[in-house]
Each structure stands twice: as structure tokens, then as C-alpha cells.
Design a protein. Structure first.
Lengths: 313, 313
């Protein structure tokens, strides 16, 4: 495989894939990142053409692991040098990447991916071979996806000890807006609000530290994911604002936040008891396989060991 | 000392104080809590009068460790049975408790307290003798407080391995609104919003779990703290809503959340580098000691070892 971008996620992916016995070659734009990877014993270059030529020669799976704004440029190079390689990505929005891939004419070899893992840190050195252990890793099942490529990306995710969640790109983005992008905006607003109150930082303890943890993420990364998913994030943010406004009115008018607090507790309790049954019977490439996987993923089911597919029949 | 209420905080306090070599007697309304404490080797009763008679006999420090709605009733019994005992509390709002204590005529022996520690669990069994290790423990320095009582409560907090932060009650409440009560409301709204999106719980990982952790707190406890601090919480919530509305408009109009994200990151960075110098030169009971402690606390300073006071002169 060929990993383009050796930051937190791409770097963790290199480590996890090599630990699982895979051959991997990495590209990073900055000399520091590529040198750090080589120092740790990995194959890496700052020469994009070299990396893509290697991928083309080995028919390697190419993984886009760069921030959203860099995707378009990389796709142009892939189209030139390695247009027939299977292609995936680990970017936190799926609709926007899908449109870029479509525009580049690379759709038939592409399956979108998003491992739901990370920390507030960034760069090669922040990576960890065990980053994906037990984490949900979304693979897209939009209408265009090819079963053979899907099987390859599924095996990569499973090799990294993740559990695979099949999902449509737009459904992924709506979910990501509510569980990832909205929490970022709330954490930023909370950090600012507290920072304006004398004594607040002096008293802040574990719960404030947890609640603002993601506000320590590099602003460019937060902007990239939120702004690329604006279409889904705006209605999600509006819903949260509606709930908070309603609670504000209730607190002022009735000195009660009962409605918000009870519904919030109930939702969190449902989350705690959310089960993840295993998908075992769906075979990749069979009739309606994409729709069946999307329905199973929506119901909470995950893939824990490789499904039968085109190569296994 | 006499601890009234053996839930998460009161129960942890019993354990920490006894571990530090103190004699402690506990009261709990429910038989289950008192029996669990006795089973673990502590002295505890469900008979409030027995507990308060013990406190009066030993001139013991009484600690109110019950939810806000139960405070008024307990103060009436204290006034009857143990009116001369030094009195503190561990409740998360300070202005509302102060008013109840004033109304009960017990102000001259009272110093408000609030250890900034806890978990999402509740009850005796959730307690931990190390709950307060390194945690900020606010002691109020409002105009009425007596230096001798203050010294007693300070020594209790230090015995529990906390660091003492002196603060005025109203400044504490404004800070608590921003670092504790607002985070609760945001977590509730986030849990509800995500719970309405198909696939969201299926994809949720560590950051969502952290961001909604406090939504697992029992609704009654969350309501008690938020509703008792409405006066400070409403303007704090309004500020957060203003920031989020502004970000929403910017996201829709300019596809940018730069302003919110950069200010949030800057605030969180300031929090990470917030230092806690030690208060050493202020002596309890000397001229302006309350004002000097309040100013030091506001600047981030804390008490790590007992200050000189009335008993040490």
C-alpha cells in the first residue's frame, strides 16, 4: 500500500499496516515528517511522483491521508501516474471527497474510508500503531463502489484491528456532524466562555479538561473538517441551538432544566447500551450487497472478520 | 467531624478523612447508604439527631454533603441540636447555600466549601478516598467568615490532599457556571442531537464518549446544581449561544468557522499553561485577610500547606 500523508492518522496507518505484515510506502510533503518516518524504519519519500510510481508498479492500494484542502491536488497526480490503483482515504468527511474523486475521474477504483480515531495531537510523532484498535472504520457503500476494491480496503481496516462500519457517504457525514464536528464547535465555545470568567481556569478540573479536550486540536484541522461538512453541520448545529435556547427559556421562566437534562440522560443511556452485532452473512458483490451493508451499518452492525467477496468465491 | 450525606462526595470525604487519621461520624438518610458505610468499617447512622448530638458533644466540624434541595431541612436540625459547631459544605453552588445558612441564623460558624471533583456516578459505593487528590477545593472568603473556622476547614481539605482555592461565593458561582454547569447543558444537548441521527451512535468513538460523559450524571443532581445557580448560569449560557450563533452565520455566509475555532484554541492553550503559584505569606485573621485571599485565588494562586492562623499565633 501507499500512504499519502504521514500525519497523525496516515502515520498511525503506516505503523499499523507494517505491524500487520504489509508492505507500505509513504509520501509526506514536509521533509521533517518523511525523515521522522525513515528514522523509525519506514519507507518514505517527499517525492510524490516516486511514491505514485511505486504504487503503480505494485498495483498498491493508495490511501489519501491529507487534510481536505490538499485532496484535489493529489488526485490530479494520481490520475497522471497511478490511475488504475485501488484508492481509499481516511478523511473525516466523505461527501466532499467523493465529489473530488468524481471530478478527477477516479470513481471506479475508489472506496471512501474514515477510521473514527484520533487524538488532539498531530504529526508523525503523535502516531500510534494501535490507534485503530477496536475503533469503528467507516467504508462507503455508495452506488459506484466495486466489490473487489471494497474487499481490499476492508482487509486493511481489519488488519489494523478496527471494526468496519458500512455506510452511505451522506449518512456518514450527517452522523459525523453530530458526533465529531458539533462537539468541536461546542468545545471551542466552552473554552472561550470560561476563558472570559475570572477564576474559571483556577477552578477547572477534570470535567472541564475533558469537555474542552478537542479544542486543543490544531485550528486548521478543525476548520477543514467542519467547513467541508457545512451542509450537514449547519442543521445539526441548529438542532443543538434549538435545544439550548429552549432550556434557557425554561431556566429563566420556570427555573427548570428538567426537559433538556432528562432527554440528554436518556440519550446517553441509550448510547451506553448500544450493541454492535456482527455482520457475517452478506457477501461482497452479490445482488444488493451495497444496500444490505448500508442497512446493517445503520442498525449498528459491524464487520469484525472479512466477509466473503469476489476473491473468495 | 460529622458528614451529613454519604453519597459520592460525602462518602469519599469520610474515607479520605479517616485515611488521614481523623475521627468521623456519618449520617445518611437511606438505610442502604448508612449500612454500606458501616459494612466498610465506618461509623454511620440514619438517625440525624444522633449524628448531630455526637457533633455537638465533640464540637466537631459538620460537613453538609447533600443535594441543594435538602440543605434547608438539615440546617433547621443543626440549629436545634448543634448550633455552635463549625459548619461547612461540599455543594457545587455557594451563593444559594450561603443564603440558606444566613436564613437559618448559622452564618457566624459557616465557611462554604466546594471540592472540584467527582465522577458521573453516585452513592456511597462510587466513593474513593483519593477523590480529592490534587483537586481544587474552594473555600469561601465572604465578609462574614471567621478565621478559626476557616483554618479548620482548610486543614480538612489539605488532609484530603486537595489544594485550597480561596474565593468569594459569587465569583465561585460565576466560574462554576462556565466550567461545570454550562458543560453539563452542552453535553445533554449533544447527546440528544446525536441520538436523533441514524448511524451516529454506531460511529461514535472516544471523543463523543468524553464529550457526553457528564450527561450520564443522574438528572436530579444536574438539575439541582444548574437550577440553584440560574442567576450565573443564564448569562454564561447566553455567551456560549452568542458565540455559536455567530459561528453558524459565518459558516453559512462565508463557509468559515475560523473565528470561533481560533479563539477556542487560544483559550484552551491559555488554560493548559495556567500556573498555580502557592499562597504562603497571608495569615488567617490578619487585617484584610479575606480580601487578600480572594485576590490571590482570582490570580490562580492556591494553598498547598496550612497558612498561619489564629491557632498558630
Amino acid at each position: 500500500m501507499c500512504v499519502l500523508g504521514l500525519g497523525l492518522i496516515g502515520g498511525s496507518l503506516m505503523r499499523a499496516a507494517v505491524t500487520a505484515g504489509r508492505e507500505a510506502f509513504g509520501y509526506n510533503r514536509s521533509v521533517e515528517g518523511a525523515e521522522a518516518a525513515r528514522f523509525d524504519g519506514f519507507s518514505a519519500t517527499t517525492d510524490l511522483t516516486e511514491a505514485l510510481a511505486w504504487a503503480a508498479e505494485h498495483d498498491a492500494l493508495i490511501v489519501l491521508a491529507v487534510p481536505m484542502p490538499a485532496v484535489s491536488l493529489l488526485l490530479g497526480h494520481i490520475k497522471d501516474t497511478a490511475p488504475d490503483c485501488p484508492l481509499t482515504d481516511v478523511i473525516s468527511v466523505k461527501g466532499a471527497v467523493l465529489e473530488e474523486v468524481r471530478a478527477a475521474g477516479l470513481l471506479d477504483r475508489y472506496v471512501g474510508g474514515h477510521p473514527m480515531a484520533g487524538t488532539a495531537h498531530s504529526g508523525w510523532r503523535a502516531g500510534d500503531a494501535r490507534m485503530f484498535d477496536g475503533a469503528p472504520w467507516v467504508l462507503t457503500v455508495d452506488e459506484h463502489v466495486d466489490a473487489t476494491v471494497w474487499a481490499q480496503v476492508m482487509r486493511l481496516a481489519l488488519d489494523c484491528s478496527a471494526v468496519v462500519v458500512p455506510a452511505k457517504s451522506d449518512e456518514h457525514d450527517a452522523a459525523a456532524a453530530s458526533i465529531s464536528h458539533l462537539p468541536h464547535l461546542l468545545a471551542e465555545a466552552l473554552a472561550i466562555t470560561a476563558g472570559e470568567v475570572p477564576l474559571a481556569f483556577a477552578l477547572a478540573a477534570g470535567s472541564f479538561r475533558d469537555a474542552t479536550r478537542v479544542a486543543a486540536t490544531a485550528p486548521d484541522l478543525v476548520r477543514a473538517m467542519c467547513e467541508a461538512n457545512a451542509e450537514q453541520l449547519v442543521p445539526t448545529l441548529d438542532r443543538a441551538l434549538e435545544l439550548l435556547h429552549h432550556a434557557r427559556q425554561s431556566l429563566v421562566g420556570k427555573n427548570s432544566v428538567a426537559e433538556l437534562v432528562e432527554a440528554g440522560h436518556a440519550a446517553r443511556t441509550r448510547y451506553d447500551s448500544f450493541s454492535r452485532p456482527q455482520i457475517v452473512t452478506i457477501a461482497l458483490g452479490e445482488e444488493n450487497w451495497r444496500e444490505e451493508l448500508a442497512a446493517a451499518g445503520r442498525a449498528g452492525a459491524v464487520i469484525r472478520s472479512a466477509l466473503r467477496g469476489p476473491d473468495s468465491r
